[in-house]
Design a protein around this ligand. Structure first.
Ligand code: NAD
Length: 266
């Protein structure tokens, strides 16, 4: 399968190149960065400290889609929407790991999914996708007198907060409770009079160092606490999941799929 990587020089882009080169049945179709980027023209193998590959980083995303069976996108939400349009035009599968997606970006993915297989997940690791299912189950089993708080820590370069994974865990907890996350989400407490509102799902964000991603869902009840935690040791787990998703799209009907579909967890 020919796999293209948009945002090839990013932290995840480099991991994805290494994964494509290491997995049997995958072939690197190319990689792009935006026009004007200082890395254009660099060899994709040399970029990741491997042997020279022969293909270099380009800025022609349309050409990359034409050369690929699936394109993997860990970039920026606006770039993701443009890539979704290309996926819809070409029918080439799109794997989206980019976080911070808002309604208009999801609509762009929805339009692409009418013509191509699109997999979108805020977190592509197997462990986190299990955690999503467990969070929904525990939220549904424990009553309203268990307060739900979600804490996450990521490296100092992460720009969006709370993480897409923390929000997905919040949505899973809300689903378990039969409520909408938008109605109960508390995304920042700061001040003299910010008491906890019953039924809220709270988010705490920590940034620093090179932490790949820690998430804990806390259910704090009368006299006891249940905590579900996942700690990512390396970003490799996301790249591995994304390439697994790309391979899974082969021969797949158009549609918007989740990582839980890819892993068969639903
Ligand atoms: P990064 O800033 O290191 O890399 C992003 C890259 O995308 C940059 O190299 C940038 O130049 C490039 N880019 C931006 N616009 C582009 C365009 N139009 N065409 C081609 N390239 C473009 O960031 P990162 O740490 O690699 O993370 C990228 C995204 O992936 C973030 O949203 C992050 O939260 C998300 N992420 C998701 C998962 C997951 O499992 N779903 C895991 C890790 C990171």
């Amino acid at each position: 399968m020919k796999i293209g990587i948009v945002g090839a020089a990013g932290r995840m882009g480099r991991m994805l190149i290494a994964e494509v080169l290491g997995v049997e049945g995958c072939q690197l179709a190319g990689g792009t960065e935006p026009p004007g980027s200082g890395v254009l023209g660099q060899d994709l193998g040399l970029l990741i400290g491997a042997a020279e590959h022969g293909l270099s980083i380009g800025d022609d995303t349309g050409a990359l889609f034409k050369a690929s069976d699936a394109v993997v996108d860990f970039t920026h939400p606006d770039a993701t929407a443009a890539h979704a349009a290309l996926s819809g035009e070409t029918g080439v599968a799109l794997i989206v790991g980019t976080t911070g997606l808002e309604a208009q970006h999801m609509e762009a993915l929805g339009r692409a999914a009418a013509k191509a297989a699109v997999v979108q997940a805020a977190n592509m690791s197997v462990g986190v996708n299990l955690l999503l299912g467990l969070t929904e189950q525990v939220a549904s089993a424990l009553g309203d007198d268990y307060d739900i708080e979600i804490a996450e820590m990521h490296h100092r370069h992460k720009v969006d907060a709370p993480s897409g994974t923390a929000l997905a865990l919040g949505a899973a907890a809300a689903k378990g409770r039969g409520v909408n996350l938008e109605d109960v989400s508390d995304r920042g407490r700061d001040g003299e009079a910010v008491p906890r509102i019953a039924g809220d799902i709270g988010f705490s964000v920590i940034r620093g160092g090179d932490v790949a991603g820690d998430h804990t869902v806390i259910f704090a009840g009368p006299g006891e606490r249940v905590e579900l935690t996942h700690k990512a040791g390396s970003r490799e787990i996301f790249a591995r999941g994304a390439i697994r998703a790309a391979l899974w799209t082969e021969g797949r009907a158009p549609g918007l799929y989740s990582m839980r579909d890819v892993l068969g967890l639903d």
